[in-house]
Design a protein around this ligand. Structure first.
Ligand SMILES: Cc1cc2nc3c(=O)[nH]c(=O)nc-3n(C[C@H](O)[C@H](O)[C@H](O)COP(=O)(O)OP(=O)(O)OC[C@H]3O[C@@H](n4cnc5c(N)ncnc54)[C@H](O)[C@@H]3O)c2cc1C
Length: 504
């Protein structure tokens, strides 16, 4: 029977980034209804709060709430992120950038990299990155808004933010409260299930109050109080491919101008991030506990921080993977309660956004049924698997020979879905792109080429183009990129002019 469960009240358990983003968006979505939305969180428990790097989808998210880029940046101490620089991932002393943008121009229905590969096969030594405006801006630490005119060379990049996650959660919270969301600061002491259906009936708080709802959103982070503890939803463990299972994070003073990219530097059993904000820098070491220990990991982290360290590192343990059903009965997990891959490529907040979008898509009218639950779970699983594959590629493609960790990653077998993509690229330069992929083909290209992994053959239709014409066109692209960035402001000048956070 396809029973329709009505939704007249929603309780969001947890008030971290996930909880308040969910409240902000759902309060918009249900603005003209009498659905009651309540957030229950405990200020005594606190949040993870280290998600400081984002991808461009975040901007679409807050724009959909009516917020504008410069407003968000000036309220969250944010800097611009044009992509990620990967230092030493391919081999020690190497660097490449994964930009938010495209490489070159496709022509005659053939992707740009095939043209580039033809010249490379002929001995041309210009690296692929010379055809990315995003990378040119990132290396020069310069910025301007992308041009609206698609013919302009300044139209072919995108950007995201590095921000203070606690301030962003505050912004989401203010927005939610202004939209009528009810806020309860109390500890959830018990989750009460219906005897027969197993649905969640209510939460008992530590002040003995009971909070009822038709639909519960579990945003309690790694605790997974509702989805895991109460509903016993199994966890899909991906640690055979994603070996990093520990992290430590620490803030430091900012030295010099903030970089316009996240820096990810490979170490012997993991990697370290540097995320600059307007007033400080976030740092963290993500590592595999099977290949190193906490003391060593901390030593490496601190050794590679430029400025004065501001506190002792916060430590995190996690199992890379996802909840088998993100939606179980009348409970949907969003954020860390739904799972965590690892911090690489900043996908966790992006998955919060897509999770929330799917809730809105599932509830155009305030009813749900088994069919909607199944579809939600199927799409969520696919989305997570696509991202998982993208992250695994970063480890699999390495050519480092200095530690057991990197040799293991290189030799490990990967999921079939990833192997299929790697094979298609290696055989014919095809960049397969499936529904529900967050990372577009140019992102995959950035990673393949960053690891010097090239196809055996380019598309032979490229040979129809006159070689001299091809050489001139590519030279012209390089020149337009260099000219486009020449007079632009530096990242710091841009911040000073448009979005400096007032100091109190
Ligand atoms: C080391 C590390 C680095 C990361 N870096 C990035 C990054 O760069 N980019 C990115 O996109 N993501 C990153 N993430 C992920 C990101 O931090 C999370 O996706 C984001 O913070 C959302 O967390 P959350 O809201 O799900 O959980 P939390 O922040 O843990 O919030 C949980 C909430 O539940 C409440 N709660 C828990 N138990 C109870 C209870 N019993 N009663 C009442 N309330 C309760 C807490 O009070 C809190 O409000 C990183 C994660 C880690 C661990």
């Amino acid at each position: 029977m396809n029973y329709q469960y009505p939704v007249k009240s929603i309780v969001i358990a947890g008030g971290g980034t996930a909880g308040w983003m969910t409240a902000a968006k759902l309060s918009h979505h249900f603005a003209n209804t009498d659905i009651k939305i309540t957030v229950v969180e405990s200020s005594e428990i606190g949040t993870v709060g280290v998600g400081e790097a984002t991808i461009p989808t975040l901007r679409r998210f807050y724009q959909s709430l009516g917020m504008d880029d410069m407003e968000v940046m000036s309220k969250t101490n944010a800097t611009i992120k044009l992509g990620i620089e990967f230092k030493d991932w391919f081999k020690p002393d190497t660097s490449f950038i994964h930009p938010f943008g495209v490489f070159g121009h496709d022509a005659n229905g053939i992707r740009f990299h095939h043209y580039w590969m033809k010249l490379r096969d002929m001995g041309d030594s210009q690296p692929l990155e010379k055809y990315s405006l995003g990378i040119a801006l990132a290396r020069a630490n310069k910025f301007t808004f992308p041009a609206e005119n698609p013919a302009s060379p300044l139209s072919i990049f995108d950007w995201a933010l590095h921000f203070d996650a606690a301030l962003f959660a505050t912004l989401m919270r203010e927005h939610s409260l202004a939209n009528g969301v009810v806020h309860i600061d109390a500890k959830i002491a018990a989750v009460n299930l219906h005897n027969h259906s197993g649905f969640i009936e209510s939460l008992t708080l530590d002040d003995q109050r009971n909070v009822n709802a038709d639909l519960f959103i579990d945003c309690t982070g790694f605790h997974g109080l509702l989805i895991a503890d109460a509903l016993k939803t199994p966890y899909v463990d991906w640690s055979q491919w994603l070996l990093c299972d520990r992290a430590m994070a620490v803030q430091s003073e900012l030295v010099g101008e903030p970089a316009i990219r996240t820096v990810s530097k490979a170490h012997t059993a993991g990697w370290q991030w540097k995320i600059p904000l307007q007033h400080r820098q976030g740092n963290g070491h993500v590592y595999a506990s099977h290949f190193t220990d906490e003391a060593q990991a901390e030593e490496i982290l601190v050794q590679h921080i430029d400025g004065k360290v501001l506190h002792s590192p916060r430590k995190f343990k996690f199992i890379p993977g996802r909840r088998a059903q993100a939606w179980n009965k009348n409970c949907i997990a969003i954020g860390l309660a739904a799972g965590f891959l690892e911090p690489l490529e900043s996908t966790s907040i992006a998955l919060i956004e897509t999770g929330i979008e799917k809730i809105c898509g599932s509830l155009p009218t305030p009813f749900f049924n088994e069919e909607k639950i199944d579809y939600f779970n199927q799409v969520t699983a696919t989305e997570w698997e696509r991202i998982r594959d993208f992250i695994i590629l970063h480890y699999k493609a390495n050519q480092r020979d200095d530690s057991e960790f990197w040799r293991y990653c290189r030799a490990m077998s990967v999921p079939d879905s990833l192997q299929q993509k790697i094979d298609a690229y290696y055989d014919h330069g095809d960049l397969l792109h499936y529904p529900w992929e967050i990372f577009h083909p140019d992102s995959w290209l950035a990673i393949y080429s960053g690891f010097n992994f090239y196809p055996q053959h380019y598309n032979k239709n490229v040979d129809r183009l006159n070689v001299n014409y091809l050489k001139q066109s590519l030279a012209q692209m390089r020149t337009s990129i260099a000219e486009a960035i020449a007079g632009l402001p530096t990242h710091q000048e841009f911040i000073n002019q448009h979005c400096k956070m007032p100091r109190v």
